[in-house]
Design a protein. Structure first.
Length: 291
C-alpha cells in the first residue's frame, strides 16, 4: 500500500494507491495525521488505510499532479554506507589515485556511521519538479537512495525514494565543504510515494534503479539492491536520533550504491529518474540554479 499527495483546486490531497494503481482519496490532511489516527484506533497505518479505501472513489494515477508525499521538516542522509560510495569518495579525495587509505575507508569500517543534514521542506522538491545545479560546481551527480520516513521516536513508518544531489568536486576538494557539496536550493527530491512499512516483508530486497536522460536519450543507467548496504537501517536511525531532537515525518536517506562514471556530470535539461519498484518512479528535470 502506497501513500501519495497530489494537487487539486482545494490544495494538497492525501491519497492511497492500490496495487492496481488506482488512487483513492483519504480524509486526512497529511501523512502524520493519518498515522496518529491509526494509533488512536490501535491499528497499524496499513490496516487503517485498508478500511478507508473500501468505498472510495477511484482516480487514475496518470491523471493527477503529484507532489512530495510528505512535507518532511528535515531530511538527513547517511554517507559511505555502500562500498561503491566509498570507492567514489576515495576517487574524489585522491584526485583519482586510489593508492592510499583515506578517512572514507575509516568511516566505512567504523562503528559510527556518517550522518549529515541534507534538506528542509522548503529546499525539497517532489515528482516532476526541477532539481537545481549548483553554480560553483563543475561535477554534479544525482545520488539515488532509499529514504526512511520516521516519527520523532525513530520508528520507521514507511519507505520512499530520494535524490541526494551532490557536488563531487566540492566534496573532493575538502571534506569540511560537505554542507556546500550537499545543501542548496532544490538539491533534494523525494517521492513519488510512501510505501508503508507493513506492506514490505523485507526492505533489503528493494531494488534501486537510476536513469539519466539527455535530449531524450538514455546516457546512464545503474541499479543496486538495498541488501548491498553495509549497515542495518535501524542502526542508521539509532545514530540519527541519539541525543537528538527529531520531528515527526523526518526522512533519512540511507546512502547510494549507484554512481555514474567519473567523467560524467549533469547538464541543464537532463532528466533524472529514480525508481524503486513498489514505491514508483521519481522523475526530476535538471535546471541551473536560479539566484
Amino acid at each position: 500500500m502506497r501513500i501519495i499527495r497530489y494537487v487539486k483546486e482545494s490544495g494538497k490531497q492525501l491519497a492511497a494507491v492500490t496495487e492496481e494503481n488506482k488512487v483513492i482519496d483519504l480524509p486526512y490532511k497529511d501523512f502524520m495525521t493519518l498515522v496518529a489516527e491509526a494509533r488512536r484506533n490501535n491499528r497499524t497505518t496499513f490496516e487503517m488505510v485498508k478500511q478507508l479505501i473500501g468505498n472510495g472513489e477511484e482516480l487514475a494515477l496518470e491523471d493527477i499532479d503529484l507532489t512530495t508525499p510528505i512535507d518532511a521538516p528535515e531530511v538527513w542522509a547517511a554517507g559511505v554506507t555502500y562500498k561503491k560510495s566509498k570507492e567514489a569518495r576515495n576517487y574524489e579525495a585522491t584526485q583519482g589515485k586510489l593508492d592510499a587509505e583515506t578517512f572514507y575507508d575509516k568511516v566505512y569500517d567504523a562503528i559510527r556511521p556518517e550522518i549529515f543534514f541534507k534538506s528542509t521542506a522548503a529546499r525539497t522538491v517532489g515528482p516532476n519538479e526541477p532539481v537545481y545545479l549548483r553554480s560553483d560546481s563543475n561535477w554534479q551527480i544525482p545520488e539515488p537512495e532509499l529514504g526512511l520516513v520516521i516519527d520523532k521516536e525513530g520508528t520507521i513508518l514507511g519507505y520512499t525514494a530520494g535524490n541526494d544531489m551532490s557536488c563531487r568536486d566540492i566534496e573532493g576538494e575538502n571534506p569540511l565543504y560537505l554542507p556546500q557539496a550537499k545543501v542548496w536550493k532544490n538539491s533534494c527530491s523525494i517521492g513519488p510515494s510512501i510505501l508503508l512499512k507493513e506492506a514490505v516483508s523485507d526492505p533489503y530486497e528493494l531494488q534501486i534503479i537510476c536513469r539519466i536522460y539527455r535530449d531524450e536519450k538514455l546516457v546512464f543507467e545503474g541499479d543496486a539492491q538495498v541488501n548491498q548496504l553495509k549497515r542495518k537501517l535501524e542502526e542508521l536511525v539509532h545514530y540519527l536520533t541519539l541525543d537528538n531532537t527529531i520531528f515527526d515525518g523526518t526522512v533519512l536517506l540511507t546512502g547510494t550504491c549507484i554512481v555514474p562514471p567519473n567523467d560524467f556530470t549533469l547538464n541543464e535539461k537532463d532528466r533524472i529518474e529514480i525508481e524503486i519498484p513498489g514505491i514508483g518512479v521519481l522523475k526530476n528535470p535538471v535546471l541551473q540554479s536560479k539566484k
